[in-house]
Design a protein around this ligand. Structure first.
Ligand code: SF4
Length: 341
C-alpha cells in the first residue's frame, strides 16, 4: 500500500495525522519543524520524537520528497527542471537567477483546461491537479532550493482552478510554522477565474497577477477562451472593490503579439479600463513554439508600448526574456518528455 506523504501538509492536517496515529498533539508542531525548517529525508530523522512514535508514523506515512528527473540549462543561467508526477506525467519548474536573487516558477497542474491559444501547456489539455506536496516539492527538491528569493505561480496550469491545494502550499510557505516567508515574496498569477479570485484574495496575502493580453472583449476571447465566461471587466470590478493592504501588489501580464495587441488603440483602452486601479503592467515576450502563428513585435515597438503606458500613469515594465535556448515556452519540455514516454 502506498504511504501518505507528510510533506505538503498544513499544521491542521498534521494535527489530524497525530490523532489518527495516536501521537500527542504537540508532535504536530515538532513534525512541521522537521518538514519545513530542517532538511530531513526520512521520518527516522525526527529525533525529538520517540522511536515508538517514529515507527508508528512510518507505518502509514513517508516524507514524500522526489528529485527532478532532468534539467535543461540555458546559456543565461535559467534552468528548467522536469519533475515526474501522477504516474508518468511531467511538469516543468523554471529556476531563473538574476544577479543577487533568483525566482522559481512553479506549476500547479499537469496540462491546463484554459486553452489559451498562445500556450503550449494549454495544448496538452488537462491531465490532473497537483497536490500541495507536488507543488512545494518543486521548491524543496530543487538543487538551488537555498538560493530562491521569490516564487511565482506562473508555470503549467491555472492556480485558481486548483485553489485548495494552491492555498495550502501558500499557507505552508508563509506561516511561521512553515517556511515563514513574507507573502510579498510570492506572486500568484491567474487568467481571472471569477469564482476563485475573492477566495484567493481573502485567504492569502500574496501578490496577485492577472494575465490580461488584450483590453478588448472579442480579441481577448480569441486569445483566452476564459473571457467568454469570466470577463475581465468582472475581474476588474472585484479588484476595484477589494481593499488591498499597502504591501500587496496587483499586476497585469501582457504578452505582446505583433500586429495584434500592440497598437495605440490598445494603449488607450488599457489606460481606460485600468483607470483608478493601483497596479502595474508587466510586458512579457512571447516564447514561440512550433505550429504557433504568433510573433513578437520588435524591441522598439515593445519599448514604445511600455513608455506610452508609463506616460498614461500606468507603471509598466518589460520582463526580460529568459531561457530561449532551452524551450522557454511553458509546456514545451514536458510535452516532449510525455511524447517520449
Ligand atoms: S497560459 Fe496558463 S492558463 Fe493559459 S493555457 Fe497556458 S497554463 Fe493554462
Amino acid at each position: 500500500m502506498q504511504k501518505e506523504k507528510l510533506y505538503g501538509k498544513t499544521i491542521n492536517e498534521l494535527i489530524a495525522v497525530t490523532r489518527r496515529v495516536g501521537l500527542p498533539g504537540f508532535a504536530a508542531k515538532q513534525i512541521t519543524d522537521w518538514l519545513y525548517k530542517k532538511e530531513i529525508q526520512s521520518i527516522q530523522e525526527m529525533t525529538n520524537l520517540s522511536k515508538k512514535m517514529r515507527d508508528l508514523l512510518s507505518d502509514d506515512y513517508e516524507i514524500g520528497l522526489s528529485s527532478p528527473v532532468s534539467v535543461a540549462e540555458s546559456s543565461d543561467g535559467t534552468k528548467k527542471y522536469l519533475y515526474k508526477v501522477l504516474n508518468n506525467k511531467y511538469i516543468e519548474t523554471a529556476y531563473i537567477p538574476d544577479n543577487d536573487h533568483a525566482t522559481l516558477c512553479l506549476s500547479v497542474q499537469v496540462g491546463c483546461k484554459m486553452g489559451c491559444s498562445f500556450c503550449m501547456t494549454g495544448k496538452q489539455g488537462f491531465q490532473g491537479n497537483l497536490s500541495s506536496n507536488e507543488i512545494l516539492n518543486q521548491f524543496r527538491s530543487l538543487p538551488e532550493f537555498k538560493n530562491i528569493s521569490n516564487i511565482v505561480y506562473m508555470g503549467m496550469g491555472e492556480p485558481l482552478d486548483n485553489l485548495s491545494e494552491v492555498l495550502k502550499s501558500l499557507e505552508i510557505l508563509t506561516n511561521d510554522w512553515g517556511y515563514g516567508w513574507s507573502p510579498t515574496r510570492v506572486t500568484v498569477s491567474t487568467v481571472g477565474l471569477i469564482n476563485g479570485i475573492k477566495e484567493f484574495l481573502e485567504k492569502s496575502n500574496c501578490h496577485f497577477a492577472v494575465s490580461l493580453n488584450s483590453p478588448f472583449d472579442e480579441e481577448r476571447k480569441k486569445l483566452m477562451p476564459v473571457q467568454i465566461t469570466n470577463s475581465v471587466n468582472e475581474v476588474l470590478e472585484i479588484i476595484r472593490n477589494f481593499s488591498f493592504n499597502n504591501q500587496r501588489r496587483v499586476s497585469f501580464e501582457y504578452i505582446l503579439f505583433k500586429g495584434m495587441n500592440d497598437s495605440p488603440r490598445h494603449i488607450n483602452e488599457l489606460a481606460r479600463i485600468l483607470n483608478g486601479i493601483k497596479c502595474r503592467i508587466n510586458i512579457i515576450s512571447f516564447h514561440p513554439f512550433s505550429g504557433s502563428s504568433f510573433q513578437s513585435p520588435d524591441m522598439t515597438t515593445t519599448i514604445n508600448f511600455k513608455e506610452a503606458l508609463n506616460a498614461k500613469g500606468i507603471l509598466t515594465t518589460i520582463r526580460a526574456s529568459r531561457g530561449l535556448d532551452i524551450q522557454a515556452a511553458c509546456g514545451l519540455l514536458s510535452t516532449l518528455e510525455q511524447n517520449k514516454a
